[in-house]
Design a protein around this ligand. Structure first.
Ligand SMILES: *Cc1c(COP(=O)(O)O)cnc(C)c1O
Length: 230
């Protein structure tokens, strides 16, 4: 199976999941999570019509940017972001999914102001309350969204979440539904219904995420194959 074959079959599964939920297939954006895959794989995915590519590590992203790996598709940043690396991501990524603290939010705002731009962002929700994950607790994200609204150089467009890794199939559906409710509440009450991205769902659970209302899924291994961790 080539990257193009994989993307075609994921698109079919996305469309089926959307239709089954009474949604339009074109409402859901496919982001290729391309960590640990080289520039050639990124180009193949772009040629096969991926909507965007998402990177996790700043250094890897900068290297692949220099190689022109993302030409022809928007670049998103989806990984844990340290404050001292914000400068290298602002303006380079069209959307930062992983804004997980107020300090990070402030730093993105500051760096975007310096560069004279407005950075599109999502607020990350730690829906499972896991120590190992970053993100706002479900009960804190509304306040974070209020704070973000006062910052002139960030534009919050929605929420992102990475639920716990579960063994039961469909185990994450309740987490996805919970984040969808937060997303709708914040969009309606704080953002004049202007939120448009709910980023949730990966290779193993994107159909449940779409059923729960995801508008953007992040898929790695189902497109690029298993990653080789050393
Ligand atoms: C790697 C990664 C993904 C994709 O994971 P797969 O299980 O390979 O589809 C999605 N989101 C984030 C934040 C990731 O780091």
């Amino acid at each position: 199976m080539t990257i193009a074959d994989n993307i075609r079959s994921i698109r079919e599964r996305m469309a089926r999941a959307a239709l089954a939920a009474g949604r339009k297939p074109e409402e859901v954006i496919l982001v290729g999570a391309s960590k640990m895959n080289g520039a050639a794989a990124c180009r193949e995915a772009i040629a096969a019509g991926i909507d965007a590519l998402g990177e996790n590590r700043v250094q890897e992203m900068r290297g692949k940017l220099e190689e022109g790996a993302y030409e022809g598709a928007p670049l998103h940043f989806i990984g844990h972001l340290q404050r001292n690396k914000v400068r290298q991501v602002v303006g380079a990524a069209s959307l930062i999914h992983s804004v997980s603290s107020l300090e990070l939010l402030e730093e993105i705002d500051r760096q975007a102001e310096k560069r004279g731009l407005v950075q599109d962002i999502l607020l990350e929700v730690n829906v499972g309350g896991e120590e190992s994950k970053s993100g706002f607790a479900p009960g804190e994200v509304r306040r974070a969204a209020e704070r973000a609204r006062t910052r002139r150089h960030v534009r919050p467009l929605g929420l992102m979440t990475i639920p716990p890794v579960l063994r039961e199939s469909h185990g994450n559906l309740p987490f996805f539904q919970e984040v969808f409710r937060l997303y709708v509440d914040i969009s309606e009450n704080l953002y004049d219904n202007e939120f448009k991205y709910l980023s949730m769902g990966m290779s193993d659970d994107f159909e449940d995420a779409i059923a729960a209302g995801a508008t953007l899924i992040r898929v790695g291994s189902a497109i690029f194959g298993q990653r080789q961790y050393r």
